[in-house]
Design a protein. Structure first.
Length: 266
């Protein structure tokens, strides 16, 4: 089993779901698994702490309920969900017996790796992972990161068009731009601590034009060309539409610079 999973990052409405489905099929066909909105690391970070271990109570019910409320998706997700439950239940028994020590990070790492079984490669996508990057450095120290970025104005306007039960969606473009800036700013802070060979920044429209297929294939170790061939943007590239707020513009320029092939992976 690989100890270097691929974690797909990106703020809301930046194309990560479409890319995740393509990666899911590629991983699945190669004997691995890539989860679309798996969110198990996110839930472990929220529900597994030092006090839980001291109290000998892993909140398995809460984690499983959250996984089932908005289920992860993709090919192979059924066996993955079964393996996750087995891993969580075994860990809960060990916690109740006081057999896992007092390190929640070590236990989270154990749960994540055992949930993958003996897969040759695995990965996951969930937008909220951007909010927990320092924890990822601890729990999955050899993880590889693909960061998908999209022009802030385009992402913000897509947020405002978003339908469904999503109470976290901003109501104004200014608020959506501020949210985009906050989320992507976490990557700007985190990326310098990740070795260059374990991070890749990809711009959304370049991905859709097929310009990033080769780099993504090299980075993941899988031929992604057949799976990315049909990837198309749902809306045209946004014009500037006026000046961006200064903090947003600074984050966007930093992301664009890091997405240049010569600065990411050779």
């Amino acid at each position: 089993m690989t100890v270097s999973p691929v974690i797909l990052l990106g703020s809301q409405r930046c194309g990560t779901t479409a890319l995740a489905y393509a990666m899911n099929l590629a991983f699945h066909d190669a004997g691995g698994h890539f989860t679309v909105n798996g969110k198990l690391p996110y839930l472990l970070h929220r529900w597994l702490g030092g006090q839980d271990l001291a109290d000998r109570h892993l909140r398995t019910d809460e984690i499983l309920h959250a996984l089932d409320r908005r289920p992860p998706d993709g090919a192979g997700v059924g066996p993955w969900r079964t393996q996750v439950e087995q891993s969580l239940r075994a860990a809960a028994r060990d916690v109740a017996e006081g057999a896992v020590g007092d390190d929640p990070v070590a236990l989270a790492r154990h749960i994540l790796t055992t949930a993958q079984g003996e897969l040759p490669h695995w990965g996951d996508k969930y937008n909220e992972y951007l909010l927990h990057l320092p924890w990822f450095r601890q729990v999955l120290p050899k993880a590889r990161y693909v960061m998908l970025v999209r022009h802030p104005t385009e992402a913000a306007r897509s947020m405002l068009r978003w339908k469904g039960d999503r109470p976290y969606v901003p109501l104004t473009e200014a608020a959506a731009l501020a949210k985009w800036t906050a989320w992507n700013g976490h990557w700007i802070d985190f990326a310098p601590g990740v070795p260059a060979e374990r991070r890749l920044v990809v711009e959304y429209h370049a991905l859709c034009r097929g310009e990033e297929t080769e780099r993504l294939s090299r980075f993941t170790g899988l031929d992604l060309a057949p799976y990315l061939a049909g990837l198309k943007p749902r809306s045209p590239a946004a014009g500037t539409g006026g000046e961006l707020p200064q903090d947003t513009a600074s984050v966007w320029e930093a992301l664009r610079a890091s997405a240049a092939p010569a600065t990411v992976l050779t």
